[in-house]
Write a protein that binds this ligand. Structure first.
Ligand code: SF4
Ligand code: SF4
Length: 355
């Protein structure tokens, strides 16, 4: 509870203006104030005061939050809602041994054995040598995606790519409020990064990007203040690369919640030859990824998925580009074969004109 109590002043700074309701994808389908930051803060105040006890009912509301951060971007009081929600999740986590067991299963089988056996983490990528070097963090599934494309983009900018054998960035554990596991992944990352002697990191996954950028919030290791995390679009624009596709292709783009430089993405889309970019309605609305595992909330989550799907279909594009493995998986899952979703770098690797 201590970490939640430390947020007391931030929680009290909520003016209850209700502006968060206008952007929260969950509130928009439930109409229930307990599913948006304003209502959640009222519950959390009750918890801190001792008027309420942490319960599975409160945890259900914390879990319904997609951690998309849309409310934070809109909040006149500038409250970092996701940080507060994960701290509240941590209070629940500590009180419930079954939550530990789920984390143990995730650590051991999904992000341990599963990752090792499938070899989905990027490693030993062949890169040309240059004086300027960056570390590539592709995240889980990087090996399944456009690693070689990332390397060729960066090599054509005169940058060498170094790829240590990283593990998960830890975001699945942070979102569960399991700070102990999250910190293990954080320390593992820092140790491997220090060994490279490089402090600039490139990612192709918006969720990993945000997690790495936020590491210094959760750890007092001074080295974290020195690291610079950037996404692939920044390099493409900065170096005025104007890739060309093999033929005319019409696409739309889903902006992951954790991307803060959409202007770079738009520049890249508009400067890729043979690519026709159509901006869909709600291009920046959450895909609902965090709701995918919530089978018990299927009714609520399916409305969120359906809204996104309708926006994609109305754009008329059969190809959706994005830059987050989670969004890619979620959007592909409910496409029902009507469109195909690609990571942008992966898409370039497949369809860029070969010289
Ligand atoms: S927008 Fe911010 S200040 Fe307004 S009700 Fe929501 S959380 Fe509170
Ligand atoms: S983080 Fe997203 S889902 Fe959660 S309360 Fe804010 S807008 Fe709603």
């Amino acid at each position: 509870m201590e970490q939640l109590v430390e947020c007391k002043d931030k929680i009290h700074s909520c003016s209850k203006c209700g502006l968060c309701q206008s952007v929260c994808p969950v509130y928009q389908v439930t109409g229930n104030d307990c599913t948006v930051s304003r209502g959640q803060f009222i519950m959390l105040r009750g918890l801190i005061k001792g008027d309420l006890k942490m319960s599975s009912k409160i945890n259900r509301y914390l879990d319904l939050c997609l951690k998309c951060g849309a409310c934070t971007r809109f909040c006149p009081s500038g409250i970092d809602v996701v940080d507060i929600i994960v701290k509240a999740k941590s209070a629940y986590f500590k009180l419930h041994p079954e939550e530990r067991f789920v984390s143990f299963l995730l650590r051991t089988f999904v992000f341990g054995l599963g990752v090792k056996l499938t070899g989905v983490f990027s490693k030993n990528i062949k890169s040309k040598k240059f004086d300027k070097k960056v570390v590539y963090f592709g995240g889980c599934g990087a090996e399944l995606k456009g690693n070689s494309s990332v390397v060729s983009i960066l090599n054509s900018c005169g940058i060498e790519v170094v790829t240590p054998e990283f593990e998960c960035c830890g975001i699945p554990f942070l979102m569960r409020g399991d700070f102990e596991s999250f910190n293990k992944y954080l320390r593992n990352f820092v140790e491997k990064l220090k060994q490279t002697g490089i402090s600039e990191i490139v990612t192709t996954c918006a969720s990993c990007e945000k997690t790495l950028k936020d590491y210094s919030k959760w750890s007092d290791d001074g080295f974290l203040k020195e690291i610079k995390v950037r996404n692939i679009f920044e390099y493409i624009r900065e170096n005025n690369l104007q890739p060309e596709l093999d033929k005319h292709r019409k696409v739309t783009f889903h902006k992951p919640c954790n991307i803060n430089n959409f202007e770079d993405i738009e520049w890249v889309l508009n400067n890729t030859k043979n690519l026709e970019y159509i901006q869909m309605n709600g291009f920046d609305k959450c895909c609902g990824l965090n709701g995918i595992s919530k089978v018990s909330e299927y009714k609520i989550m399916s409305k969120i998925f359906k809204n996104k799907r309708n926006d994609i279909l109305s754009s008329g594009a059969k190809t959706v580009l994005t830059s987050c493995l989670g969004c890619e998986i979620a959007l592909n899952l409910y496409s029902f074969g009507k469109y195909r979703v690609y990571d942008f770098a992966d898409f370039l690797g497949k369809y860029a004109k070969k010289n």
